[in-house]
Design a protein around this ligand. Sequence first.
Ligand code: ZN
Ligand code: MN
Length: 474
Amino acid sequence: MSGFIPTIGLEVHCELKTETKLFCSCRNAFGSEPNTNTCPICSGHPGVLPVINRKAVEYTVKAGCAIGCRISRYSKWDRKNYFYPDLPKAWQTSQYDLPLCVGGEVKINVNGEEKTVRLNRIHLEEDAGKLVHGAGTTAVDYNRCGVPLMECVTEPDMHSADEAVAFLEELSAIFRYAGVSDCRMQEGSIRADVNLSLSRPGEPLGTRTETKNLNSFRSVRRAIEAEIRRQTELLERGEKVVQETRRFDDATGEGYGMRSKEDAQDYRYFPEPDLMPVVLGDEDVERIRASLPELASDRRRRYMSELGLAEYDARLITGDPAIADLFDGAVGAGANAKKAANYIMSEIMRKGKTAGEDGVVIGISGVQLAELIALVEKGDINLVSSRDVLDKIWMTAMTPSAAVSELGLKQNNDAGEIEKLVRDIIAANPGPAADFRKGNEKVLSFFVGQLMKATKGKTNPKIAGELVRKVLSE
Ligand code: ZN
Ligand code: MN
């Protein structure tokens, strides 16, 4: 052990899911043909004037309310000047000294321990375009130019990669619930910069580095671990950590220095002369606050205290608002909370998993789910055939019982009929039957398996098991 403690602060950039861009009426959409969602304003033509997107301001205030920020009644815009091909105006319209939201906090849970990560601020700014590197060329796509972006800056309250990832997961869940951002890492709609330094206990914080633009939880974790290793080795050799901006290369798993860190003065911030300040009244803020839905943490508490779910299960169910809505819908339609949670965690999450994405697709309503669980409980179908029912009703309005009859899945619970089948199968397999009488209990499952095969899985397995034992013991 090196005896060094890492201290980590994050800057999280999060795209808002508004219909249009921050200062013009171009569409804010991911995946369009390059340079189709552009106009003279967002591509930086001279002489044009920006107009503030009211929704973007509201969404940022909503996000701030969701994490307990102080909402500024007066905030203003500033120009952050830098020269890079993805920024056609050569400045980014941002907020410098008077951001929309100040303070706030997010509670995380790491290995069963609750911790608080404080936020310093959330400000609103415009995104830059995207450089697309090809064989020997670099092209620019300006579609992302001017997309509204919240920058959330934390205090240096995290001390491990686990804590940083837990914070990002919780922040994404909050913003998804609040309905202000999809927080899809693979679409670049949430990106994180990591500030990291090492120090010995009781000593002042060491020199920090900033690793920019990490776009998956996995690369955040790997970049933090690599940077802790690098700084530890430097310090142990008696060398100094240089303050700098770094990149992390996902392919090699290593970070590299990009430039010595610029200070705020290098950006020559000055007030944006083309935009009015944002002035909010108490009634504006209260109206926006009142429009917030129940958030992940509130739901989690409710699931644990009122519905008796374990913390782990409550966390999993509330990780995605679509799943939590399904759970609430099923419980509202009469399903037992624990049974609904179990069925969602085992079957629905498997079925709804989308290839290569963070989220799940839900193709069933709460009412359908409640009925499906009830059919399994009543013994009309077993768990295995419930998967066929799920496939049949997925993304349709069909009721589970209609699917059961259409698929001919109704389970046989008639003990008399099952006993007759059991006797036939035992008579046809004298060898295994003799094994059982010699004390080999394992052949029980062989007979149940044969029975299931003969009836295409439509026999109540519990009744079948009991009857096999009874008949063999005669
Ligand atoms: Zn535009
Ligand atoms: Mn920024």
